[in-house]
Design a protein around this ligand. Structure first.
Ligand SMILES: *[C@@H]1O[C@H](CO)[C@@H](O)[C@H](O)[C@H]1NC(C)=O
Ligand SMILES: *[C@@H]1O[C@H](CO)[C@@H](O)[C@H](O)[C@H]1NC(C)=O
Ligand SMILES: *[C@@H]1O[C@H](CO)[C@@H](O)[C@H](O)[C@H]1NC(C)=O
Ligand SMILES: *[C@@H]1O[C@H](CO)[C@@H](O)[C@H](O)[C@H]1NC(C)=O
Ligand SMILES: *[C@@H]1O[C@H](CO)[C@@H](O)[C@H](O)[C@H]1NC(C)=O
Length: 380
């Protein structure tokens, strides 16, 4: 791999230094994705001990979405969510809707998961950024209503991702932290209610998935990293080595952090703000997949239950991916409602066998004369 990288070096001269990236505010400049859209990149390189080389790249920047301006703008403070909500627009009414779709399927309660969950497109919208004035964020919301949890999931329209490095700049928030008065610069009090799970994942089926999950009942420096299946529902045991629970993530999920997941052929690796947190080489997904983010709660052992009327919010500044694709195997086969195997005493899921390897990328033109770097390996 080293040899390969060296052979790319002549191409570096194609990358001109630039200050042309439009950034919403100086405060966020240091964490913005660095590849300007006008750069001619043949391929995309990532950092790490086994650096990935990808042929495609996409950035969805949610920080510059024009929002409606309410007549009450400025006249409200936390936790007045209803006024704050008048200055939002649904994902489904934005151009991002062509590539990310808000889900609306539901899952009934079971003996273990006692709260029905209903995904609603109304829980996925653009709203004012709670810190940076004049900036927006994509928000996923879950709210515990008297009879069910109203939940959120977005899935990529594209289902042929076959290995990728996905980075998501995000923060979990309480109602008070997100529904702030415009221009309120005081430090917020972000006590996120317990009982919800936020996830970022690749998905083909319940047995072909890489994910990272944040449980709001955990301390905020804990993240669950896993390849699925990581749980044997028949025997109700955790599959050794398929998941890692890291309790020492350097920045809490209650603050803005860039979470990164590298799905490679034989290993999945996870980073928080560029620092490696975990790697798993068991149950690595081996089929083309979609990408998804969600925020949910079903009253089960995994998520716990939110108190009635409580809400949890997932704010997302941007999603950046370097990726390859494959048409082998067609689109993801498991239709909603997605079933995921989770520890739940007495659960009766069926654990399928690992699928055979497919999606051969061989035969593609592997030339990479003008590489672009996603990480701090190269200054632009
Ligand atoms: C992505 O595709 C290119 C071209 O086929 C290949 O050389 C490279 O190894 C692939 N990257 C990964 C991480 O599979
Ligand atoms: C956070 O809590 C402290 C102490 O209760 C309070 O002084 C401060 O105003 C609160 N901040 C916000 C933004 O509400
Ligand atoms: C992945 O593992 C398989 C089986 O051990 C091996 O044949 C293959 O070369 C590995 N692929 C990469 C990209 O390391
Ligand atoms: C990643 O995996 C290697 C073994 O392949 C291990 O030595 C290392 O500690 C792991 N790093 C983390 C952060 O888990
Ligand atoms: C939930 O909110 C509704 C509407 O604001 C209110 O009528 C109800 O009493 C609240 N229930 C609980 C348990 O707080």
């Amino acid at each position: 791999m080293k040899k390969f990288i060296l052979s790319l070096l002549p191409g570096l001269s194609f990358i001109a230094p630039t200050n042309a990236v439009a950034l919403p505010s100086p405060e966020t400049a240091n964490i913005a994705p660095r590849i300007p859209s006008h750069h001619p990149c043949d391929c995309y390189l990532t950092s790490g001990s086994d650096p990935g080389y990808f042929t495609n790249y996409k950035l969805w920047d949610f920080r510059n979405v024009p929002l409606p301006h309410s007549p009450n703008h400025g006249a409200y403070g936390p936790p007045d969510e209803s006024l704050w909500e008048t200055e939002t627009i649904p994902l489904s009414e934005s151009p991002f809707n062509t590539e990310w779709q808000a889900q609306s399927w539901r899952r009934e309660k079971t003996k273990d998961n006692i709260t029905p969950m209903v995904n609603s497109a109304q829980n996925t919208f653009f709203a004012r950024h709670p810190q940076w004035t004049g900036t927006s964020q994509l928000v996923l919301r879950t709210t515990r209503l008297p009879g069910y949890s109203s939940t959120a999931e977005i899935e990529s329209q594209q289902g042929n991702f076959y290995h990728c490095s996905i980075r998501v700049r995000m923060r979990l928030m309480s109602r008070d932290a997100i529904a702030r008065a415009p221009g309120d610069m005081r430090p917020d009090n972000n006590t996120v209610p317990r009982g919800a799970c936020a996830g970022i994942f690749t998905y083909r089926s319940a047995t072909c998935e890489s994910d990272l999950e944040f449980l709001t009942s955990d301390p905020p420096n804990t993240i669950h990293y896993a390849n699925q299946p990581d749980y044997d529902a028949v025997n109700d045991i955790i599959i050794p080595g398929a998941s890692k629970v890291v309790t020492t993530v350097p920045a809490p999920w209650s603050s803005w952090v860039t979470h990164r997941m590298d799905w490679s052929p034989n290993v999945t690796r996870w980073y928080a703000d560029s620092q490696l947190q975990a790697n798993v080489s068991i149950s690595v997904p081996d089929r083309p997949s979609l990408l998804a983010l969600n925020l949910w709660s079903d009253g089960g052992l995994w998520t716990g239950d939110l108190a009635i009327n409580e809400s949890v919010y997932m704010g997302i500044e941007w999603i950046e991916i370097a990726y390859n694709t494959s048409t082998a195997g067609g689109p993801p086969i498991e239709l909603p409602p997605r079933h995921r195997h989770r520890p739940s005493k007495g659960g009766e899921g069926v654990l399928k066998h690992k699928r055979q390897f497919g999606g051969d990328e061989a035969g593609r033109d592997a030339r990479c004369n003008r590489p672009c770097y996603l990480d701090k390996m190269q200054q632009y």
